[in-house]
Write a new protein. Sequence first.
Length: 416
Amino acid sequence: MCVGLIQTDSFAQTTGKTFGNEVTFVSPPHLRIVSSDSVNGKPKFDYFLLSKVKLSGFYDISGGLQGLESFPVDLIDVWGTNNANRFSMTMRQTQIRLRGQSETTLGTLIGYLEGDFGYYALRLRHAWVDFEFIHFGQDWSFFGDKDIWPNTLDWESPTPGVWNRTTELIFYFPVAGDDRVDIGLGAPKSGNYASTDFTPVFNWSLQKLPDVIAAYKLTAPFGHLRVTAVFRNLSYKADTVEKSVPGYGATFSGLIRTSDVLPSAIQFQVVAGAGIARYVSSFANYNYDVLPTGSGEMESATTISGWAAYEHYLSKQWHFNLVGGFTLFRTDTVNRYTIPRTEYIVTDGKISLNMLYGTANLMYDPIPNMVFGLEYNLGYKNASYEGNISSPEGVVPALAKSRPAHRISFGFFFDF
């Protein structure tokens, strides 16, 4: 079984990546309690409290994201014209992490709690327990890959990725050496749309079944590769009749080390499916999962997304990151929806969303657990509509708008 390890390692980094069963540090936390007794050759218990203090600064050049501290490309308002510059700084991505590991006669028991100050108060990010082959609680969904993390200054992660924190029950088993199989259930999600791109007319129903997820991770000397699949049952109401449509998707991700001495690496993830938009950060957890068709039924919407990152260490202190990604969203014919900000009404129309994301940064680690960084962020969004579009000019068959966003970011963070 996968056991928890807490140790120093040449590949350890001071980043926003959350912890898993195995934990490595550049140097151990100051607030740490380790038992002098041992069980099975390991300390009976090992607890630590880690603070990740982070100053985030940014200067918005254009794109209309001035009111946001992260860089969500999906929230670029393609109809907006406000390109006012803004400088701001915040400490709200500062994190507090508490981890406990106990050795029992039955195996290793691990508990983990993580929060930040994202909403002007302590916000729960992760809370999970792991014992032998069972993992339960709120964590990054295992439909994604928590063992990859592009080293960006924005810890909300690149928007094209599967970065969905949700409650799950997972059973995992080792196979073929260090490889692993995961099978489990995820909490379903339903609710109303909150989109800047379109507003369909339909009613969600209470969800009846959990999301079913499976994953296989291959571990090798170069790093790892991982494939996952999800099946969903998406319930809705047609008038007063409850119905459902399937949702399904898959991911392929991995990490490939490019140095035996420094933690330089290539990371990537590709996701595709229908009815799985809630898992993709490009949609900020909105329910772009099913839409009403021209026949009055519902249909799962297609989502394709992916990103790749390369981090290169020039030395033990200087390193840079290049990250790029895309998201594509497509629907078949939707019976009726409105386009926010214009209030145009569209009947029997289709929707296409295309988004691009890019980041380049340079980081300097003057001492262990401290990082200074400078970053450039680029976003691009295109929204296209087809159908019978009622506009001030009359009914038109198609409409498209696009807009880029540019930002300069900087960050200072320290772990203790």
